[in-house]
Design a protein around this ligand. Sequence first.
Ligand SMILES: [Zn+2]
Length: 198
Amino acid sequence: MPVLDERCKAFTEPSRASEQINYAESGRQTRLLTIFTCGCILGSRTNTRAQRTDIVDQQTRSRMMSAIGGKNTKPELALRRALHARGFRFRIHSKHVYGQPDIVLAKYHAVVFVHGCFWHRHQGCRYTTNPSTRSDFWMAKFDANVVRDNMVRTALLANGWRVATVWECALRKPEKISATVECLSTWLVSAEDEIEIE
Ligand SMILES: [Zn+2]
């Protein structure tokens, strides 16, 4: 469990955060811990994104999703290299696991998604910008991504997988990559179902 550092900028709600960590340690934690690469736990939270039904038909969905691509991105490759160097072995983009997670670590019953901040709408992130033109088009596209991410994550958890979400902004600089891999490695050998690293 990363150390809670009260001096850290990410640490804004001391009493709430400590309370939630107690929950985490007592095993009563809701399943998602938000851990910053500085090593702080800002708090735990349940899924704040509302579950919504799909807003477009299946064909439109296919077209939208194929436009995203984003496999084997530079941050994803950096994470894979770092995990491999630490001795973790995994499959990538396995078609045998629902949602084709970027990384599947079968030994740990764990999957890792590396999410681009812009496409997957990393909340509160400086890279999650809003295009100024065709805003309805973009918003529908983004909503669809978020809905799909939630659906995939929920289904995987329901099927006994542990799910890690790593935002690309946590993989942009070498020192951040090290901190992220440290968090992820700790989580992999823990009993937590879910982690989000940003
Ligand atoms: Zn981000």
